[in-house]
Design a protein around this ligand. Structure first.
Ligand SMILES: [Zn+2]
Length: 452
């Protein structure tokens, strides 16, 4: 591939990422990431590429590179970094993939994303609901490189970061944090950096060795290696954590969508994956799913026609059904039979609900032998779909990063349980660069997440 081709591919895909994933609207943060990235890229082997560094509006913990020098970090990864040296480590690694011209071996998707994809293509093939924002771009771009390429990118990242004057300790620290997330994660299907990268421990050791060899501690500006912790933490203040309101927000069992003005409730304990194309909710350890999406370009004069057409289009045959009113909204609720990839014959309880200009699909799907057991849960979720008032919609605010100074006797558990706290003790520890077994030190300034 010539350099011109590389740049052209990068530019085309960059436009797609910006459109589908969205750019996080915080100018200061964008500027900070761009300044650090540009500084590193100038010291790389390919300083002449049109380097561009962007924070995308996605909750997933991720960073990725496109050919030609287009580099992205998600807003979701930022709270897990402790300082600018760690951010430089992430950016340096991604720059390394570009400068070494690593070609991606395959597109990779995590389990949840795969389920979403499969359901999406089966159920309503032409749909791209919940429009522009979300993780579609990320899903497509979850590039997987070979292990040797990853280690090489680590090494290049250390080299660039050290040359630019960043504390090289930031890179093993960052890898350690990401490794802890991997250990603690229950694989809910959020696509992230870890699912496409080798295990952290081994990389930490290699990177530490590379840091020592690169002359750790000198710093390009002569003032010693920089971390810029305070400046970085100031920029993190108020950053959105988790779903943005445009994508709809998960609060406990509820899904709330301010823009489209509705809410619904999922069964207790099910795992919710809020993607751009659909919300997929899965019963743990079972092949039972609930799916929420917009029916795009509905075909038919009545909701019944729209329902039968969209389900038939997806290969589902109606068993029975009828017109209903769900919390004041016109709907068609039916039982269907069809096939799902990797699951086989499934039963579906599906509601097509007219709300404003849109038709929503809320569907429960389960293998035939499970269907009877699940039907009550499916019907309860369908019945919970309701419009939000303007006041309710305006009250939906995303969760944000805030700070808290630890006091004597505080534990991760006690901080997590404070009023308004959103995330669990484990995530709090990891977000603040601690092993889960550690406890916060008295007087330590900690990142926390508060509800909107
Ligand atoms: Zn990589």
């Amino acid at each position: 591939m010539s350099e011109a081709q590389e740049i052209q591919i990068g530019q085309e895909q960059d436009a797609q990422v910006r459109k589908e994933t969205g750019v996080y609207a915080e100018a200061d943060l964008q500027q900070c990431v761009s300044d650090i990235g540009i500084g590193l890229s100038r010291l790389s082997e390919r300083p002449g590429l049109p380097w561009k560094f962007t924070v995308v509006d996605a909750a997933a913990i991720n960073a990725f590179a496109l050919p030609g020098g287009f580099i992205y970090v998600t807003r979701g990864i930022l709270p897990f970094l402790d300082n600018e040296a760690q951010l430089a480590g992430v950016l340096g690694h991604e720059i390394g993939h570009v400068t070494a011209r690593h070609s991606a071996q395959q597109h990779s998707r995590s389990a949840g994303a795969q389920i979403g994809l499969v359901l999406g293509s089966i159920l309503v093939p032409q749909t791209r609901p919940f429009a522009e924002l979300g993780q579609t771009g990320l899903g497509v771009l979850m590039l997987k490189y070979g292990r040797d390429d990853e280690l090489q990118a680590d090494g290049l990242g250390v080299k660039y970061a050290t040359a630019a004057g960043w504390d090289p300790a930031g890179i093993p620290q960052m890898l350690t944090t990401l490794g802890r997330i991997e250990e603690a994660s229950d694989n809910k299907g959020v696509p992230n950096w870890l699912s496409t990268h080798p295990a952290a421990e081994d990389r930490v050791r290699k990177v530490q060795a590379a840091g020592t060899a690169a002359g750790a501690g000198e710093g390009a500006a002569g003032g010693g290696p920089a971390t810029n912790r305070d400046a970085f933490l100031r920029r993190l203040d108020g950053v959105i954590y988790g779903d943005n309101t445009e994508q709809g927000i998960v609060r406990g069992r509820s899904f709330l969508h301010a823009g489209l003005r509705f809410s619904l409730e999922f069964p207790q304990g099910w795992d919710v994956s809020n993607g751009s194309a659909q919300v997929v909710v899965r019963e743990p350890q079972a092949d039972a799913f609930l799916l929420l999406q917009l029916v795009q370009r509905p075909v038919g004069r009545t909701v019944e026609e729209v329902a039968l057409h969209s389900m038939q289009n997806a290969g589902f045959q109606p068993v029975e059904g009828g017109r209903r009113t769900i919390n004041g909204l016109d709907a068609f609720v039916g039982t269907y039979r069809g096939r799902m990839q990797d699951v086989g014959v499934v039963g579906a309880r599906a509601a097509h609900i007219v709300h404003g200009q849109n038709v929503f699909l809320v569907a429960g799907l389960a293998p035939q032998q499970l269907y009877q057991r699940e039907e009550t849960s499916f019907s309860a979720t369908i019945a919970s779909f309701r419009p939000l008032t303007r006041a309710e919609a305006e009250n939906i605010r995303p969760n944000r990063i805030d700070f808290y100074t630890a006091r004597q006797g505080d534990t991760w558990q006690s901080i997590a349980e404070r009023p308004g706290g959103i995330i669990k003790a484990t995530m709090l520890a990891i977000m603040n660069g601690h092993a889960i077994a550690d406890q916060p030190r008295s007087g330590e300034r900690l990142k926390i997440v508060v509800g909107g």
